[in-house]
Design a protein around this ligand. Structure first.
Ligand code: PBG
Length: 331
């Protein structure tokens, strides 16, 4: 009778051994919690497509930030819902804009908590695109082209105003060409040489952003984002995007979304030595929440498995709406 010589199960036989040989361990320090800040007062309104995620006005924000800090999460990513929108997103780069005010407030409460500012125009423009738009009518429909170079100047102004307000990290998510270089030199000229850029390097034109666009009130009013965000079918192009960001001075490279793009996370991890960030986006969150609410899956087990998978794929940092839950479960 022949027996297996190699027995993999030896190292799986109890929790102690499994823990000793575990290759990937999640920590609260790996996580970033997104926060939606809105104008007005007394607002804490749950986003219907993202149960457990809220828009906060500045006067209701403190408890949320307290909790994030107590859980040991080192960073927040801010998105703003402004009171007024216009064609160029003026409220996005106003010194008293909602993201700028929230940044000042959070840094005054917790100087050690890292504030990451999402640098984009789509939450602040009335047309909902991530840059400046040239609009025209075709067959009775409004159409538009998103203008690349004209948008860069506005994005630079946004990044500089965010840094001025005290943002620790600038995270540009607009997918214009040359945005890292433009923002890097704008920050440097304004004296912010030490503010790192976490670039949304590889951002796909994904249906998984649906719930976010409700949360941030940023759905495009015409057309889609396919002329600037990447085609989900492409991965060689991801390397080109990441490479140009490295050359332009990016300090961290992001892949977004995460779940359907872990091959891209792994590829970037293998090809570049910069920290890699995975963004576990709104639609990924909502799917899990919905299934959990139905009792079809075990939320805690599924979330921890997914986040572990992102880290195993090569992510050093994970942006997720589950950060608070995950940090709690890690205790
Ligand atoms: C802004 C931005 C978006 C997200 C992050 N920054 C929306 C978009 O590109 O449509 C999506 C985040 C999410 O779905 O959780 N450009």
């Amino acid at each position: 009778m022949s027996f297996p010589i190699v027995r993999h199960r030896r190292l799986r036989q109890n929790a102690g051994i499994r823990s000793m040989v575990r290759e990937t361990v999640l920590h609260p320090e790996d996580l970033v919690q997104p926060i939606f800040v809105t104008y007005g007062s007394g607002v804490k309104s749950e986003i219907s497509s993202m149960p457990g995620v809220f828009q906060f006005s500045l006067d209701t924000l403190k408890d949320e930030v307290d909790e994030i800090v107590q859980l040991g999460i080192p960073a927040v990513l801010l998105f703003g819902i402004p009171e007024t929108k216009d064609s160029i997103g003026t409220s996005g780069f106003a010194d008293d804009g909602i993201v700028q005010e929230a940044t000042r407030l959070i840094k005054s409460w917790y100087p050690e908590l890292l504030v990451i500012a999402d640098t984009c125009l789509c939450e602040f423009t009335d047309h909902g695109h991530c840059g400046m738009v040239h609009t025209y009518e075709r067959d009775g429909h409004v159409c538009g082209d998103v203008l690349n170079d004209e948008s860069l100047e506005l994005l630079v102004r946004t990044a500089v105003s965010q840094a001025k307000a005290g943002a620790d990290i600038i995270a540009p998510s607009n997918m214009m060409d040359g945005f890292v270089q433009a923002i890097r030199s704008g920050l440097d000229e304004a004296g912010f040489q030490n503010v790192p850029i976490m670039s949304y390097s590889v951002k796909y034109a994904s249906a998984f952003y649906g719930p976010f666009r409700e949360a941030a009130d940023s759905a495009p009013q015409f057309g889609d984002r396919k002329t600037y965000q990447m085609d989900p079918a492409n991965v060689r192009e991801a390397l080109r995007e990441a490479e140009s960001d490295v050359l332009e001075g990016a300090d961290m490279l992001m892949v977004k979304p995460a779940m359907a793009y872990l091959d891209v996370v792994r590829l970037l991890r293998d090809q570049f030595d910069l920290p890699i960030v995975a963004y576990n986006v709104s639609g990924e969150y909502s799917m899990i929440k919905a299934a959990a609410q139905q009792g079809w899956i075990s939320e805690k087990a599924i979330v921890m498995e997914l986040l572990t998978g992102m880290k195993r794929a090569g992510a050093d940092i994970i942006i997720t709406y589950f950060s608070k839950d995950a940090a709690r479960w890690m205790r």
